[in-house]
Design a protein around this ligand. Sequence first.
Ligand code: GLU
Length: 416
Amino acid sequence: MVNNDILYETALRQFDAVAEILHIEDGIRERMRYPKRSLIVSVPVKMDNGKIKVFKGYRVQHDITLGPSKGGIRYHPNVDLKEVSALAMLMTWKCALMGMPYGGAKGGVECNPEEMSQDELERMTRRYTTEIVQVIGPDKDIPAPDLSTNTQTMAWMMDTYSMQQGNTVPGVVTGKPLLLGGSRGRAEGTGRGVAYMVMEAARVLYKDLRGLRVAIQGVGNVGSVAAKLLNDQGCNIVAVSDVSGGVYNSKGLLIPYLLHHLRESKHVAGMRDTDPITNEELFELDCDVIIPAAIEGQITEKNADKIKAKVIVEGANGPTTPEADKILQDNKVFLVPDILANAGGVTVSYFEWVQDIQYYFWSEEDIQRKLRGVMVDTFNKVYALSNKRGIDMRTAGLMLGIGCVAEAKKMRGLYP
Ligand code: GLU
């Protein structure tokens, strides 16, 4: 299980190091270290067996300097205040880096969604939304899907909020079903962005994408979409894994069949023409690109040195510890950091919110063109800064994101 204390300390250490490089003045630095607002709520739910169970829910708004706060809601047994606070901070830097008029937030409920029925999940979502209703809204804080939440979760959240307002408010959450004001391209947004980042990394390092051997940890919404798009581009997806383990084929997995297998049996294990591997083995494979697209804390000082791939593109939030980062840098691994690599999701969320507010919807083509534009532009900015200063891509990305928030804070001044 991932240690949330470490995740939180990591977020602070990363911030402190970058604040030092940027010479951010003490007062502003201090204000940026802590969340603006943290809410802990009890979420009582009548379970299917008639008993009442009280879950713990959270919503942390790290910063709102550039606009309303934005970030996902996760349902996971590991959710706590530290995890949500660390991820909210990452969202602030991510939104600023991508040039969006948002601050960062994150929320979640400590629960095990795999053991809950749809009805229980609906009741929990509606009660959680009600408990945080005062702090969310299209101009305040806009939730979205994250681990184990999806379009249905967002539909329930939007409905609950709207019923309490007395009118339909599509812009209160993003990642909704298309019919309810969702955006084309949102569900694939994160995976598509990850694929674009692999393409960019290949462009600057290898020149050719075709034949690159890619291993992906996690085949959820992010990993499976990236697998499909990269396979279409001529990459060989040699391994994928999920919580139950992974599958490997040195010649490349048959991706259409993998997706079919996943729909049928929910897990990758047992897919035909593959050898079973563990999640640990996936990171040690002889391959060119690794995409950690599961949860945080997967690349650590224990396995970083064993990584043979020359490129890592972080589909998940916080998959690499600072100790591992250092080892990877020493080994000259080119790492596209989470706040850039997985920003395709929140970027299309931003497009969704803009469309909702205007009640005017864009074509799939428009979305993909704009998403690619933003992702590639930002990659180029981060890459240029990393080359200019001789620093890694994570530090460069954080410098741009954190620098932007610090400058805005300075311009706004301190109230009163
Ligand atoms: N949960 C996603 C993330 O970590 C998306 C957030 C959003 O769309 O607001 O970036």
